[in-house]
Design a protein around this ligand. Structure first.
Ligand code: ARG
Length: 495
C-alpha cells in the first residue's frame, strides 16, 4: 500500500497480523487491542529498501570491526538478500519494518540472525531509513523541478516577442511578453531548487550508530556505515541523531514553497484560459458531464489544490514534532508520512503544472488586443515626458488626467496640468510609438525587463544557472549510486 491510504494503515497493519508474538518481542507485549494501533508495518513499505540497505551496511561494518564473526555476518547478509527478494509483502508480523525484517532474518538463519541488531536500536535505524528514503524522493522532486525549468525556458525562448498584458491587482498594468511571464516562474522554481538542495544536504547525514540515543559500548565505526550508505557524514550527537526530525520539516517546507510557486503558475493559467489567452491541450483539460461546450482547466485547479496537501503536511509535522522531549518518542512514527504525502503530491503537480502551460496554445490576437486595453502603456508616456525634462510626478499627473491612450486626450491633459501643449515637450511620433504595446515592451530593456534582447540575456543566464543546478543534482545522484555499488561489492565479498 502507499501512504496515500494513511486512513486505513492501521487496519491494514492489523490485517498484516502485527499482533503476533515474533522472535523480537518474545512473549512480551503480545496480543491485545493496541497491537495494530502500535504498528506502522504497512506504511513502512516505503522504508523497506532503505532498511535492507541500512541492515547490510551495519552488518558489513560490524564484521569489519570484528563485532560479528565472518560466518555469522555471511549468514545474515545471505538472509537479507532473500528477504529483499521476497519483498515487503512477505514479511512476518511486526510492529514495524525494522522488527519484521529482523524477524525474517532470524526465521531464516536462527539465533545468529539476532546479531544483526548489535550496537544499534530501532531509534537510530528508523532515523537512518527515513533519511535514506527521503534522499531519493528529494532527488525525484528536484529532477521534476529541473525538467520543468527547462520546459519553461524553452517555451520562453519561443515567445520573447509575444506581447501580452501584465497585471497588478488583476488590473491591466503594463504590456509584457509571454517569455517574461514564463521566465518569472522559471526563476521562482530556481529558488525552490536551491531550497530543496539545501534541505537534501542536511538530510544526507547519518544517525546510524547513535543506538537508542546514548551510543554503544561496541567498537563501531559510524563513519564507515555513513560512507557505505552514501551519506556526507554523521549526525554527531547521538541524542540529537535519534531525536532530530527537523530535516523532515525543512524538506516539507521546501516542498510547500514549491507548491506555492506551482499554485501561482496554475492560477495564472486558469485566468489566462478564462480570458481566452491560452487554450489548454486536450491532455490537460477536462470536460463537463452535462455542458457539451466546456473545456475546463481542471489539471491546473488540481495543482492549485495541492498546496493544501503540502500545507496540511507541514502543519501536521509542526504539531507532531513540537515540544517532544528528548530523546525518542513514538510520536515520531507519525512524522514521516506527512513528508511523504507532501513530496508525492507536489512532485506530481510539478510535471502537470509545467506540462499544462508549456503545451497550451497562445492566442496571440487575443493577447495583443488585451494588451491594447486598459491603457497599459500609460507608464511609457509618463517616462517619455520625464525624459523630456518634466518631473516624473508631474508627468504621472498629466497621464493620469488623460486617462486614455489617445494623443489628443494626452495633449488636453498636458495643457491643463503644465499649461503647455504636450507637443512642446515631445513629438507626436514618439508618443504614438510608446502607445504601441509592442514598442512599449521593446523599450523596457533594463536588466530583467521584457524587451526581447534583455529577455534573451536573462534566459541565457537562467540556462547557465539551470546547467549548474543539473550538475548539483548529478553529483548527488552519482554519490548515492557509487555508494550503492560499493555496498553491493562489500556484501557480495562477504556472503
Ligand atoms: N517504528 C518506529 C518509528 O517509526 C521505530 C522506532 C521504535 N523505537 C522505539 N523506541 N519504540 O519511529
Amino acid at each position: 500500500m502507499t501512504t496515500d491510504d494513511t486512513g486505513t494503515d492501521d487496519q491494514a497493519d492489523a490485517e498484516g497480523g502485527s499482533d503476533g508474538a515474533g522472535v523480537v518481542r518474545g512473549e512480551r507485549f503480545t496480543g491485545g487491542p493496541a497491537r495494530s494501533f502500535l504498528s506502522s508495518l504497512a506504511a513502512d513499505e516505503r522504508l523497506f529498501a532503505a532498511d535492507i540497505a541500512v541492515d547490510r551496511a551495519h552488518v558489513v561494518m560490524l564484521a569489519e570491526q570484528a563485532v560479528v564473526g565472518r560466518s555469522d555476518a555471511a549468514a545474515i547478509l545471505g538472509a537479507l538478500a532473500e528477504v529483499a527478494a521476497a519483498g515487503h509483502g512477505s514479511l512476518p508480523a511486526g510492529e514495524d519494518v525494522h522488527e519484521a525484517i529482523e524477524t525474517a532474518v532470524i526465521d531464516r538463519v536462527g539465533p545468529v540472525g539476532g546479531r544483526m541488531h548489535t550496537a544499534r536500536s530501532r531509534n537510530d535505524e528508523v532515523a537512518t531509513c527515513i533519511r535514506h528514503r527521503l534522499r531519493e524522493d528529494l532527488l525525484a522532486a528536484l529532477a521534476a523541478v529541473l525538467g520543468g525549468r527547462e520546459r519553461l525556458l524553452d517555451g520562453a525562448a519561443e515567445h520573447t516577442e509575444t506581447v501580452m498584458p501584465g497585471y497588478t491587482h488583476l488590473q491591466p498594468a503594463q504590456p509584457t511578453t509571454v517569455a517574461h511571464w514564463l521566465g518569472s516562474y522559471e526563476r521562482a522554481l530556481a529558488r525552490d531548487t536551491a531550497r530543496l538542495v539545501d534541505a537534501y544536504d542536511r538530510v544526507n547525514q547519518s544517525p546510524l550508530g547513535a543506538a537508542a540515543f546514548a551510543g554503544t559500548t561496541f567498537d563501531i565505526d559510524r563513519g564507515r556505515t555513513a560512507d557505505l550508505l552514501g551519506f556526507d557524514g554523521v549526525v554527531e550527537n547521538a541524542m540529537d541523531a535519534v531525536s532530530a526530525r527537523d530535516f523532515l520539516l525543512e524538506s516539507t517546507a521546501a516542498v510547500t514553497g514549491l507548491a506555492v510557486t506551482l499554485a501561482g503558475l496554475a492560477e495564472d493559467g486558469v485566468l489566462f484560459a478564462h480570458r481566452g489567452f491560452l487554450r489548454l491541450d486536450d491532455e490537460y483539460a477536462s470536460t463537463s458531464s452535462i455542458m457539451p461546450q466546456k473545456k475546463n482547466p481542471d489539471t491546473l485547479e488540481l495543482v492549485r489544490g495541492r498546496t493544501g496537501d503540502a500545507a496540511a503536511a507541514l502543519s501536521g509535522l509542526v504539531t507532531t514534532l513540537s515540544g517532544l522531549p528528548r530523546a525518542y518518542n513514538r510520536d515520531l512514527q507519525r512524522a514521516g508520512r506527512h513528508a511523504w504525502d507532501a513530496i508525492d503530491s507536489v512532485t506530481a503537480a510539478t510535471e502537470v503544472a509545467v506540462g499544462a502551460v508549456t503545451t497550451a496554445g497562445w492566442n496571440e490576437t487575443a493577447l495583443a488586443a488585451a494588451a491594447e486595453t486598459g491603457f497599459g502603456t500609460a507608464t511609457g508616456v509618463a517616462d517619455l515626458l520625464a525624459r523630456a525634462g518634466v518631473p516624473f510626478r508631474t508627468a504621472h499627473e498629466v497621464v493620469a488626467r488623460a486617462g486614455e491612450a489617445r494623443p489628443e486626450a494626452l495633449d488636453e491633459a498636458a495643457q491643463a496640468v503644465l499649461g503647455e501643449s504636450l507637443w512642446s515637450h515631445v513629438d507626436r511620433a514618439a508618443v504614438e510609438r510608446v502607445l504601441d504595446p509592442a514598442e512599449s515592451v521593446t523599450t523596457r530593456d533594463s536588466r530583467g525587463g521584457p524587451a526581447p534582447d534583455a529577455m534573451a540575456a536573462s534566459l541565457g543566464r537562467a540556462r547557465d544557472n539551470l546547467a549548474a543546478d543539473r550538475e548539483l543534482l548529478a553529483d548527488r545522484r552519482a554519490q548515492l549510486d557509487a555508494a550503492e555499488r560499493r555496498l553491493d561489492r562489500e556484501v557480495s565479498r562477504r556472503v
